[in-house]
Design a protein around this ligand. Structure first.
Ligand SMILES: *Cc1c(COP(=O)(O)O)cnc(C)c1O
Length: 392
């Protein structure tokens, strides 16, 4: 039925299967296992010949509701939920790849994803080549006969660089590889990579899907064979499954996702424009600004520009830390996608593990500050930053 519904209706209705109790809202099924009507029914379920739950490492009705709703929003055939965003990326890779396979990945991806690829997948014989997100020639040049997967995040963190998903999907498919997009920053409310040709979307539900900084979780969305069988097969065997309580929190988050993303984006754009006018601010990085190098692409590919922006101040680390330490409203935390605005110094936190040369290459200056713009009144966020900006 959800196939006929529009996005906002899917967000509140898709994936709900009422029990005989007539509950209006989704219940939380806190059960580890399920009873069978007979020995024959148990045998049929274990053999995969009869549908139904067996054990909550495999499937759970609350988790299933979240999976179905998210799949409906991303426009995928199915989704599998995981215990974290990193578990979603791990399950995708180990479900689909084997020793000898090769990944081409954007170098501007989440730090733990870099470590997962470089250290742990490398130990399994899966090699990764990192390329600049916005350089199509570098992507093409990095592809080998063994390349099975292209992996990216767009917009990137923290500089908001934007990659052309349709063009990279075409490149991947020309080489029999898959395009995997980490859609954490936009969520399906602003960007639907599958409709642009990507094969798989991965999520950290910890960020905007929850939206209030409560639970850790993730998901993989795509087609029934790769995601529904291969990624799910890894997940049910290896066990990085999502808890039903967290699934229930994310289900509630999805109901308000589009409304929140609209406000996050409007406030971030207003804040980006305001920051451009402030003395001491040397540069503002936000794809919604007309002078952003991929502004036209972002405007075509996304329905709004998201809630994360970065700006550079004169005076390097000392000035950036002074501004961060002067805030009273903004939370100093590396998390993002929360109703509460957060402020981060990437060079010494999220990107602190990089060498000076790697940081310079990634464009992460010492004076760079990242803000995840929350749902507070944007004038209060400006007041909070103005104090620190006035002091430098
Ligand atoms: C947070 C994050 C992840 C990892 O998700 P967890 O839920 O923390 O495991 C992956 N990708 C992006 C873009 C993220 O922001």
């Amino acid at each position: 039925m959800h196939d006929q519904w529009r996005f906002d209706t899917r967000a509140v209705r898709a994936g709900q299967h009422r029990t005989g109790e007539g509950e209006h809202s989704e219940p939380i099924f806190t059960t580890s296992s399920y009873v069978f009507g007979s020995a024959a029914e148990a045998a049929a379920r274990f053999a995969g010949e009869a549908p139904g739950n067996i054990y909550s490492r495999f499937t759970n009705p609350t988790v299933r509701a979240f999976e179905e709703r998210l799949a409906a929003l991303e426009g995928g055939e199915c989704a599998v939920a995981t215990g974290s965003g990193m578990a979603a990326i791990l399950s995708t890779c180990l479900g689909l790849l084997a020793a000898g396979d090769h990944i081409v990945a954007s170098r501007s991806i989440f730090g733990s994803t870099v470590v997962l690829f470089n250290k742990y997948l490398a130990r399994c014989g899966i090699e990764t080549t990192f390329v600049p997100l916005t350089d199509p020639e570098a992507w093409a040049a990095a592809i080998r006969p063994q390349t099975r997967l292209l992996f990216l995040e767009t917009p990137s963190n923290p500089l908001g660089e934007v990659a052309d998903i349709a063009a990279l999907a075409e490149l991947a498919h020309a080489h029999d590889a898959l395009l995997v997009v980490d859609n954490v920053f936009c969520t399906p409310a602003l960007q639907r990579p599958l409709a642009l040709g990507a094969d798989i979307v991965v999520h950290s539900a910890t960020k905007y899907l929850d939206g209030q900084g409560r639970c850790v979780g993730g998901a993989v969305v795509g087609d029934a064979r790769r995601v529904g069988e291969e990624v799910f097969g890894f997940l049910r065997t290896a066990g990085p499954s999502l808890s039903p309580f967290n699934a229930w929190v994310f289900l509630k988050g999805l109901e308000t996702l589009a409304l929140r993303m609209e406000r996050h984006s409007a406030s971030a754009l207003a804040l980006a424009r305001w920051l451009q006018e402030q003395p001491g601010v040397t540069r503002v990085f936000y794809p919604g600004l007309p002078d952003h190098p991929q502004h036209a692409l972002a405007a075509r590919q996304q329905s709004a520009f998201g809630g994360v922006l970065a700006f550079e101040v004169a005076g390097g680390r000392e000035a950036a830390w002074r501004i961060i330490d002067s805030t009273r409203l903004l939370s100093i935390t590396a998390n993002l996608g929360d109703a509460r605005s957060t402020i981060t110094h990437p060079a010494t936190t999220t990107h602190g593990r990089l060498t000076d040369a790697e940081r310079a290459e990634a464009g992460i200056g010492d004076g760079l500050i990242r803000i995840s713009v929350g749902l507070e009144d944007v004038a209060d966020i400006q007041d909070d930053l103005a104090r620190g900006l006035g002091a430098i």
